[in-house]
Design a protein around this ligand. Structure first.
Ligand code: SF4
Length: 117
């Protein structure tokens, strides 16, 4: 037992509790949050020339959509407000329609579906 613990066993127990819980909370955060962040960053960007991307008219910039080809496109639509977007506030993030790839937050494709409230 250290001199500190001899002086105040309650304080020593409280210090041990705080150490244990802070290490546990840090480990829980690392296990749950960090892999998701790393996964989003690690995904290769979807190329507009990818055959599936081409089939759905995917572009990285919603302002570049061919309005003649996609008359239902609205300039306010982009990946960030699409129901299939899973990237949070990241510049690139996963889309449920393109597994294993990340799409640009300002991108668009003809499968765009307004995010449900
Ligand atoms: S489905 Fe939505 S999030 Fe995915 S590429 Fe198309 S517009 Fe973007």
């Amino acid at each position: 037992m250290s001199k500190q613990e001899q002086k105040s066993p309650f304080d020593a127990a409280r210090r041990r509790f705080l150490k244990t819980t802070s290490v546990g909370a840090g480990a829980a955060l690392a296990i749950t949050v960090l892999p998701n962040l790393a996964r989003s960053d690690d995904l290769p960007h979807l190329s507009p020339s990818d055959p599936t991307a081409q089939a759905l008219g995917y572009v990285e910039d919603t302002t570049k959509v061919d309005g003649a080809k996609y008359p239902n496109h609205k300039p306010t639509q982009d990946c960030a407000n699409c129901n299939f977007w899973q990237g949070g506030s990241a510049e690139y993030g996963p889309c449920q329609l393109f597994p294993g790839k990340s799409v640009h937050t300002k991108g668009w494709c003809s499968a765009h579906a307004d995010k449900k409230a």
